[in-house]
Each structure stands twice: as structure tokens, then as C-alpha cells.
Design a protein around this ligand. Structure first.
Ligand SMILES: [Zn+2]
Length: 108
């Protein structure tokens, strides 16, 4: 992959952080969504539908995070092999998720 313009790195890291927040938000809503649906509807059919919707959102958000490109090296930020690893730095060049904030790890 080709090198990317250094001025676009902060914007790229912001996109990665937003995708990661969306993924965490989806994960954290699982138990409350299922519990509230069961409590309010008492319907396993409706709860199954909510679970199906949650599963689709989890697949979409996981895929978005997995196939995010690093703004510095252009490789997949969270994947180096077949399985994504959701760490806080690029698995290829080591660019920290907070490099544009001036903390934790390799700077821009
Ligand atoms: Zn990288």
C-alpha cells in the first residue's frame, strides 16, 4: 500500500475512533436491549427479532472496524491475517489510535 498524506492522518484516526465507538455501542446495547424487550413484551418471538437486528448491527459494525485502513500506511488497521484484532494501534506500522492527541505510542 502506498504512503498517505501526513495531514490526513488526524482525520483518518477520527474515522477509526468513530467506527470503534459504534462497535462498542452496539456491543454494550445487547443485554439492555434483550432484557428490556423481554420485560416489556414477554414475547420470545419479538425478542428473537430484536436479537436478529442486534446481530446484523454487530456484523456491520465489526466489519466496518475490521476493514478500516490505516491513515499512515494504508493497510488494514486492525487486521494482519485472517482475523481482526481490535487493538489500539496499527498492526502494520504501529500508529496509535491517539497519535493525533499526542499521547500513548508512536506519533504521527
Ligand atoms: Zn499503519
Amino acid at each position: 500500500m502506498s504512503q498517505v498524506e501526513p495531514s490526513s492522518i488526524p482525520a483518518g484516526l477520527t474515522k477509526i475512533r468513530r467506527k470503534r465507538w459504534f462497535l462498542w455501542l452496539v456491543f454494550l446495547t445487547y443485554i439492555p436491549a434483550i432484557w428490556l424487550t423481554l420485560t416489556w413484551t414477554q414475547s420470545s418471538l419479538f425478542t428473537g427479532a430484536v436479537f436478529g437486528l442486534w446481530l446484523v448491527l454487530a456484523a456491520i459494525s465489526g466489519t466496518l472496524v475490521a476493514f478500516t485502513r490505516c491513515p499512515r500506511c494504508g493497510n488494514y488497521y486492525h487486521a494482519k491475517g485472517l482475523l481482526p484484532v481490535w487493538v489500539r494501534k496499527c498492526l502494520h506500522c504501529g500508529l496509535s489510535i491517539r497519535a493525533d492527541k499526542g499521547a500513548f505510542g508512536v506519533g504521527i
